[in-house]
Design a protein around this ligand. Structure first.
Ligand SMILES: C[S@@+](CC[C@H](N)C(=O)[O-])C[C@H]1O[C@@H](n2cnc3c(N)ncnc32)[C@H](O)[C@@H]1O
Length: 529
């Protein structure tokens, strides 16, 4: 029987819980927070690693811990109440403590017991934050820490690096900017928690009126905390800008420059010329996508449309019939099934029967559509864009009437520009140093160094007006990209579009290029062991 491989179930390791803080991190946080004064809360103290360090510094610390067995161990260092932090809060004075030092639990909404969760969400609502089903337990812990500490006091927390960029923490970022006068974020090149692939940041905030000034310190590993220099230049944050904090990894001058460029009218936004959408979500790629050899063998070619199924297929500025021919020959999945509602071709009927025998129709995505073999949202885009970026963003004209699966985004030129703007010009102007720097700031990156742009984020990317690119430039950029000469392609577009076209100085362009290079280097280097 033919089988059609599906996704593996999430491993139990993915459910993260009470991992404890390594000694160098506990020591650093205890020292930093202790400088504000002796009265310090450890809001989820576990077996007391941070309390031990605080005790060594003569602090009068107070621990809170949900699990009685852990609280008992921690009591050798400080008094510890066995309670849910969010009910404990009701019996303590707000804004009364010198500091909070801790490492809050990471619990997804769905795994979080509702009787423990509700008082936490209630605290968020009181602080005018709107929790959602994406809210993770660490978020209200940060809010609680902020509320507990007096003006001028310190909050030092181990937090997941997603604080910097995830959408569900956007409100929290704004809350922090308004409630702290200074925020230092420490990040690490190497993962600091053994056995856990989660990337963390140390959040060190001084409570006070905002908007906070933000500085970032990038360290090799936890050992480097012992002599970390925190007194580096900071940049003022802007309130209500709903942006990610990735940009604070740049120096303040570069942040100022990118803010100015974004606000200037020399650049337009990608969504002024095109809509960005995800590729086709088939529900089971191994059934719906085929190599050329498979399509021929199964006699399914008449029921298929050309397909781009891998990022690596977008080698240049234009995906044309030559590119497709080499993809066909290379054995990529280059055909997408486009079966009619009432199939009669025996070859197609046989493929559908094989799918049913293998249970493809019972997979979630297939089971909720009729007929299950219909390929949803099948349309042919004007351009493709990389969704996951390793080296550099890429926008490629679709000159092969292909569609894509959801590894690659699909773009449609906006109806009002369709007759006036050439897709090649849009793709050509996109490949410049400023747009690439904004992609690093506006996208999100996870461990493994990949930058991901969601359609909404991609649509907001600032780009130069496409009118600044002609056919000759597009042709040259295509050749350079296909030769993997990304820097030379950028040099060309930077010179012809940003400098000669928009009138930017070579110095401004060079700063954009180095901002892109710095953010990319940080992204690709971090998250290793
Ligand atoms: C990531 S561990 C960190 C422990 C310790 N702070 C450290 O740094 O090693 C999180 C701790 O939070 C505790 N916890 C979970 N929910 C809690 C709650 N609602 N109130 C207080 N503690 C909680 C867990 O039992 C666990 O010990």
């Amino acid at each position: 029987m033919t089988t059609f491989a599906g996704k593996a179930a999430a491993s139990a390791d993915k459910v993260r819980g009470g991992y404890y803080t390594p000694a160098p991190v506990a020591r650093f946080l205890a020292r930093w927070v202790r400088e504000a004064g002796p009265r310090i809360v450890e809001p989820s103290c576990g077996d007391g690693r941070i309390l031990r360090e605080l005790a060594a510094l003569g602090a009068r610390a107070q621990g809170v811990e949900l699990v009685a067995g852990e609280a008992v161990k921690a009591r050798q260092f400080a008094p510890v109440d066995t309670e849910n932090l969010f009910t404990w809060l009701a019996n303590t004075e707000a804004a009364d403590w010198d500091g909070v030092a801790g490492n809050p639990p990471y619990i997804r909404f769905g795994n979080w017991a509702s009787d423990q969760r509700e008082p936490a969400l209630e605290l968020m609502r009181r602080e005018r934050l709107r929790p959602s089903r994406l809210t993770n337990a660490w978020v209200p812990f940060v809010v609680a820490a902020t509320v507990l500490v007096r003006d001028g006091g310190r909050v030092g927390l181990v937090l997941p690096a997603e604080l910097l960029q995830v959408g569900y923490a956007a409100q929290l970022r704004d809350f922090l900017l308004s409630r702290f006068s200074a925020i230092t974020l420490l990040t690490f090149e190497r993962l600091v928690f053994d056995g856990i692939l989660q990337e963390v940041v140390l959040f060190c905030g001084v409570v006070g009126s905002g908007p906070a000034r933000i500085r970032t310190v990038h360290l090799r590993d936890a050992e480097a905390l012992a002599d970390a220099e925190l007194d580096v230049e900071s940049a003022p944050a802007l309130l209500h800008e709903k942006e990610k904090w990735t940009k604070y990894f740049l120096d303040p001058a570069a942040i100022r420059l990118l803010r100015t460029l974004k606000g200037s009218d020399t650049l337009t936004r990608l969504d002024s010329v095109a809509d960005v959408d995800v590729g086709v979500v088939t529900g089971r790629n191994s059934f719906f996508t085929l190599t050329d050899a498979q399509a021929r063998e199964l006699a399914l070619t008449p029921h298929c449309v050309p397909l781009v199924s891998r990022s690596a297929q977008l080698t240049g500025l234009v995906y044309d019939t030559d590119c497709r021919a080499s993809d066909l020959a290379a054995g990529h999945r280059t055909w997408l099934l486009d079966a009619p509602r009432d199939p009669s071709d025996p070859a197609l009927l046989a493929h559908i029967a094989a799918g049913e025998a293998a249970g493809v129709h019972r997979g979630y995505k297939c089971s909720i559509r009729t007929p299950w073999w219909g390929t949803p949202s099948l349309w042919i885009p004007d351009l493709f864009m990389l969704r996951q970026i390793h080296t550099a963003p890429r926008l490629t004209v679709n000159a092969a009437a292909a569609t894509s699966t959801d590894t690659v985004h699909r773009l449609r030129l906006a109806p009002h520009v369709h007759s006036q703007i050439d897709a090649c010009a849009v793709a050509a102007v996109f490949h410049n140093s400023a747009t690439f720097a904004f992609a690093e700031i506006m996208g999100r990156s996870y461990g493994g160094g990949i930058l991901e742009l969601e359609p909404r984020e991609a649509e907001q990317l600032p780009i130069p007006p496409p009118a600044y690119a002609g056919a000759e430039l597009a042709c040259d950029v295509d050749l350079l990209l296909k030769a993997n000469e990304i820097d030379k392609a950028l040099d060309l577009v930077d010179r012809q579009v940003l400098i000669d076209g928009l009138g930017w100085s070579p110095d401004v362009v060079a700063q954009c290029r180095s901002a892109w290079a710095a953010l990319r280097a940080r992204r690709t280097k971090r998250g290793s062991r």
